[in-house]
Design a protein around this ligand. Structure first.
Ligand SMILES: [Zn+2]
Length: 132
């Protein structure tokens, strides 16, 4: 009973303009224009996040593609990082032989050739070499 009273007495403000909201207690915006403005901003910000993630993925893929085209199929990890490769961005991982994990960036992939990931050689391959 006390809790209900507290919720009822809480002043709700529009998430867009900050004005106090009157009417139904589950309203989050004062009107449609505030709701549309809020949702448009949210969509734009999600779009920006996706764009920056996609840019990192594309950059990683382009680095692998270029190395593969140059037949550089075993590269020190540090060299990849110097080229701007970011190991945090990849699309998926596959286990072609159920032992080693190949990390994929779209249609190119890489895996550590040595156990010590800190100073290791990275092997580069193309997706059609590991199957779907
Ligand atoms: Zn508003």
């Amino acid at each position: 009973m006390e809790k209900l009273t507290l919720i009822k007495n809480e002043k709700l403000n529009c998430r867009e303009c900050g004005q106090p909201i009157s009417g139904r207690c589950d309203k989050r915006f004062c009107d449609d224009s505030c709701r549309n403005a809020f949702n448009n901003k949210l969509r734009r910000s999600i779009g920006r996040n996706l764009n920056s993630i996609n840019a990192c993925l594309k950059k990683n893929r382009n680095i692998l593609e270029k190395l593969y085209a140059d037949n550089q199929l075993s590269v020190p990890k540090a060299s990849l990082e110097r080229m701007g490769f970011n190991f945090a961005f990849f699309t998926h991982q596959v286990n072609p032989d159920n032992k080693s994990t190949v990390t994929m960036i779209y249609d190119y992939g890489f895996y550590p050739e040595t156990k010590n990931f800190a100073e290791e050689q990275i092997a580069i391959l193309r997706g059609d070499e590991v199957g779907p």
